[in-house]
Write a new protein. Sequence first.
Length: 221
Amino acid sequence: MAAVRRDLAEHGPPRSPHGAPDFATVTLPERDCDQVRDLLVDERVGTVVEVGLAYARSALAIGEALLRAGSRTPRHVVIDPFQYTAYDGVGWELLRSAGLDDVAELVTEPSQRFLPRLVDTGFAADAAFVDGSHHFHNVFVDLVFLGEIVRPGGIVLLDDVCWPSVGAAAAYFETNLGWRPMPDALTGGTTDPASGRLRTRAYRLPEPRPALDFREFRPFC
């Protein structure tokens, strides 16, 4: 697994499908991946849901964290409807070459359709990493259902929070549902050149889950 991660960092993916997004643009930088891995190890995660696979850079780091954390039954649910249509399966091939196909499972349908069904099964996770659609409505829906899937006190990591659409979606959960930013979790990570803010943010979910009163809605953006 370490060799696959190192080779991907040094040489890029084994192939770049025609028309696929650029590797450097679409993937989480390696130092950020290391920080995500270390945070998940510290959290002793056993089950993680990831939205967005692409070239598997973050997925490899999450897989490494799951094995290091020591769970007897590590599980990594990866959701990416474009893995074969846009990326020619490169990310999944890399996960398999790293020996993670016994831990990871790939779902190739939109997360906004799959996550509600996952909730209905009673599935629970310790953490989630979200780097899928950057449309506000899709990010919002992902976070709604991940808020039910990730256990109280668990964490949600959200990439590209510097995007207005992603940041606005996150602001609702922070303002109205008590998701607490973890400012010290990913210090030293990559920052957005325009704002100087970290591109990836970690949130601690409240414990227990809040009981909402519709009359207490707070504007969030």
